[in-house]
Design a protein. Structure first.
Lengths: 207, 197
């Protein structure tokens, strides 16, 4: 082999060895306060329960659900594929390694938003990225996806589609059949008040 | 563009297509200047008389790995923002076998066939046309393959995490492997009868 290739090979090995022996990066830097404040103000950290449900059903491999509730509640019920992490161990080394793996959207949830918000703030403060919150937590997920919904007679087609999706999702998660009340049909119990205009006065003549 | 430049918000995603055009031109230029528009050069890997394909791709892999890890170490690239294509292991294996057969038979992979077609090579044009027929047939018959296509989902899997080692150590091992391969390929090439093309 030519000498130049030998030299290039040696340089590559030295560079690669450098990566292995370089001291590990110190603890993650704290986020700049301005950036942190900006992140708190903007609401892009929230993902709706519908968005999360859609991604669960689609088996989205980039979704990583983090359940921040106590272990006993997690054992009783958790969203499919979720992993249970206690909020006080969120910044331990193994968890940070999990959170820094590329290509994953980490979505935090608890029963409501408070614990998820705290977890999100801790992670964001330590410059962890792609951290999201399932808005409303598991309570909202239950109320929206599992509870049967009645559609108003005046509902738009978008709302009907959304309820259709939720009904399908309910069947996906619970195995419940498509019961009459689960169908996105307009409810008949509510009577629509129709106000009629008084007839206009008849014209006296004509052509 | 799916790299960390746009994900980090430094550049608007509206630049996606502009980046794509320039990166595509650079990629095409690199392929053509490495001789990748010649099917006989590419097929040399399978017959042992020319290992330029393996050498170029291994060099690209180790240079990119080293660059990325050093930039990440210096804080210039946020490694966690990289988009990693999700792994579907069954379709990867089946697709790999089909691609390997096509590669050995035609002497091109999809990228190099475009390159060969662009410089007017007839075999490249035929391969390029065949590729589109294959894409069309696959799209039409997709419902038949859908279950297999999406089976074995492993998510965005990194090979170092499969072995339970750090990306830095894996890159070091990859560099050693690449250099071993460069020397091994040179040795094999010396043993095989030279072919003029």
């Amino acid at each position: 082999m030519e000498k130049k290739y030998t030299i290039l090979s040696v340089i590559l090995v030295i560079l690669a060895l450098g990566l292995v022996i370089l001291p590990g990066k110190n603890e993650r830097k704290e986020a700049d306060p301005k950036i942190l404040l900006g992140s708190i103000v903007e609401k892009s950290r929230y993902l709706s329960v519908d968005q999360i449900t859609h991604r669960i059903i689609e088996n989205d491999p980039t979704l990583l659900l983090i359940d921040l509730r106590p272990a006993d509640q997690f054992k009783t019920f958790a969203l499919p594929g979720a992993i249970n992490i206690q909020p006080d161990s969120l910044l331990s080394k193994s968890i940070v390694d999990l959170f820094t793996q590329p290509g994953k959207d980490k979505v935090l949830y608890a029963n409501a938003d408070l614990i998820s918000e705290q977890g999100w703030l801790m992670c964001t403060r330590y410059s962890l990225t792609r951290i999201y919150i399932m808005k409303g937590g598991l309570n909202e997920w239950y109320n929206t996806i599992i509870q049967t919904q009645v559609v108003k007679p005046t509902a738009s087609s978008t709302d009907l589609d959304l309820v259709s999706f939720r009904n399908a999702a309910r069947m996906y998660f619970t195995g419940a059949g498509n019961t009459p009340e689960a169908r996105p049909t307009a409810s008949t119990g509510e009577k629509i008040e129709v106000s009629r205009k008084a007839p206009a006065a008849k014209s006296g003549g004509g052509c | 563009m799916i790299g960390p430049i746009i994900s980090s918000g430094l550049v608007s995603s509206a630049w996606d297509n502009v980046f794509a055009v320039f990166l595509g031109m650079g990629f095409g230029f690199a392929l053509e200047s490495s001789g990748f528009s010649s099917s006989r050069k590419i097929i040399g890997t399978f017959f042992g008389y020319d290992f330029v394909v393996v050498k170029v791709f291994f060099t690209a892999a180790i240079v990119a790995s080293l660059g990325l890890l050093y930039l990440s170490y210096m804080g210039l690239v946020d490694y966690s923002l990289l988009y990693i294509q999700p792994t579907f292991i069954t379709s990867a294996i089946v697709g790999g076998i089909i691609m390997g057969i096509g590669f050995a038979m035609g002497g091109f992979c999809p990228g190099t066939s475009v390159c060969a077609a662009a410089v007017g090579r007839i075999d490249g044009l035929v391969f390029f046309g065949g590729m589109f027929i294959g894409v069309f047939l696959f799209s039409e018959a997709f419902p038949l393959f859908e279950n297999m296509y999406y089976s074995g989902s492993l998510g965005p899997k990194m090979i170092n995490s499969v072995f339970g080692i750090s990306p830095e150590l894996f890159t070091f091992l990859l560099v050693l492997m690449a250099i071993g391969m460069f020397y091994g390929a040179g040795w094999v090439q010396g043993k095989v009868k030279k072919i003029d093309y």
